[in-house]
Design a binder for this molecule. Structure first.
Ligand SMILES: NC(=O)C1=CN([C@@H]2O[C@H](COP(=O)(O)OP(=O)(O)OC[C@H]3O[C@@H](n4cnc5c(N)ncnc54)[C@H](OP(=O)(O)O)[C@@H]3O)[C@@H](O)[C@H]2O)C=CC1
Ligand SMILES: Nc1nc(=O)c2c([nH]1)NC[C@@H]1CN(c3ccc(C(=O)N[C@@H](CCC(=O)O)C(=O)O)cc3)C=[N+]21
Length: 308
């Protein structure tokens, strides 16, 4: 039978709006903390080299921090910075009481051992959630700093679907910063999780099982409409800069225009996951600030670790 001519379009998941609500709630809490304690949460962002995309993100993070009433301490180092120099900076930031969160923008130049740098960050200031202690805590289902991008994706999913129990979730991409922690979070929500990657056999068929499809690959419009189960919720993490019709623009890992006719709900790029990543960075920094205050008052009877 022929489809109706007015095919139903997927609900658009507005990441900008969700992020702006979260940022407003954080700003209100920060203002209250200032009134109660005269203290301001601070984030140190370290950028090595001058990658233009990284510059854009770092500027956006700084602006969002200041708008929420938080302090942003930006450290820009030349591309040829030695590893020891960066490690010495991390040591200083670990010891700095005004710095509650530390983010080292990735990727780092080739002469620097990324893991050595990440593991040098104090786990209590690791607002990216990349430190082995936070990765382990997340895997064990303990209180942990959760990487900002998957945390934001989960917030959007909860907003659209409510309880995720029993859903079939497929995550494409197994990176340490997106795919793996996303799979852990979905497992924590009682989804049945498949983590797909470049060696997955018959990826389209795997994707067609998904009630929830998260694409974090880095390949423009790789996910076609016929990979999507009708009515599925699609979260497009990909940020790919492409040339089209002579202009440069951003596109996700999903063929958005076609997928809209099949999916139940879908995030756009830009305006989907990206803004939530930044809002979650503010949330993680606020959580880190709270943890530092509990550390400062260890005798208080209610000083347990759980960020409320
Ligand atoms: N919106 C946001 O806030 C953020 C967006 N991003 C974007 O998300 C995307 C992914 O980032 P990131 O996780 O860092 O990327 P990585 O390059 O680290 O990982 C990509 C993953 O995709 C898999 N992959 C590559 N090609 C294929 C293929 N043909 N079929 C199936 N799987 C494939 C790789 O598999 P294998 O492991 O087998 O090689 C790998 O696991 C990028 O576009 C990035 O810009 C990233 C961070 C934040
Ligand atoms: N230590 C570390 N932590 C990160 O979280 C981290 C990182 N390194 N390196 C790079 C990736 C990428 N990332 C993004 C953040 C915001 C947007 C974002 O706000 N995007 C806007 C568009 C921005 C534009 O126009 O370029 C949007 O999707 O609407 C995107 C991507 C964080 N990352």
């Amino acid at each position: 039978m022929k489809e109706e001519s007015t095919a139903r379009e997927a609900r658009l998941i507005d990441g900008r709006q969700a992020a702006s609500r979260l940022r407003a709630a954080i700003a209100a809490e920060v203002a209250q903390l200032g009134r109660d304690h005269g203290a301001v949460p601070g984030l140190a962002v370290v950028l090595v080299g001058a990658d233009p995309a990284s510059e854009v993100y770092v500027r956006a993070k700084g602006r969002a921090m200041r708008e929420a009433g938080m302090e942003s301490h930006e450290h820009r180092l030349p591309a040829d910075t030695a590893q020891e120099t960066l490690l010495a900076l991390i040591d200083r930031l670990n010891a700095d009481d005004r710095v509650h969160g530390i983010l080292v923008q990735l990727p780092l130049p080739a002469q620097i051992d990324t893991q050595a740098v990440i593991q040098a960050i104090s786990p209590d200031k690791d607002v990216d959630g990349f430190h082995v202690l936070n990765v382990g805590r997340l895997a064990l289902g303990q209180q942990a700093f959760v990487p900002c991008t998957p945390r934001g994706c989960l917030m959007l999913l909860r907003q659209v679907l409510g309880d995720l129990t029993g859903k079939e979730a497929v995550v494409i991409g197994r990176s340490d910063i997106v795919g793996k922690p996303m799979a852990q979070l979905l497992l924590g929500q009682n989804c049945t999780v498949t983590l797909a990657h470049s060696r997955t056999r018959d990826l389209p068929a795997v994707c067609r099982r998904a009630d929830i499809l998260v694409a974090a690959v880095g390949r423009p419009e790789m996910v076609r409409a016929d990979w999507i189960k009708p009515g599925a919720t699609v979260i497009d993490v990909g940020i790919n800069r492409i040339e089209r019709d002579g202009t440069s623009r951003l596109t996700g890992d999903v063929d958005f225009a076609a997928a809209r006719g099949i999916a139940g709900a879908i995030t756009p790029v830009p305006g989907g996951v990206g803004p939530m990543t930044i809002a979650c960075l503010l949330q993680n920094t606020l959580d880190a600030f709270r943890i530092s205050r509990r550390r400062a008052a260890p005798c208080h009877p209610s000083s347990e670790r759980k960020p409320s």
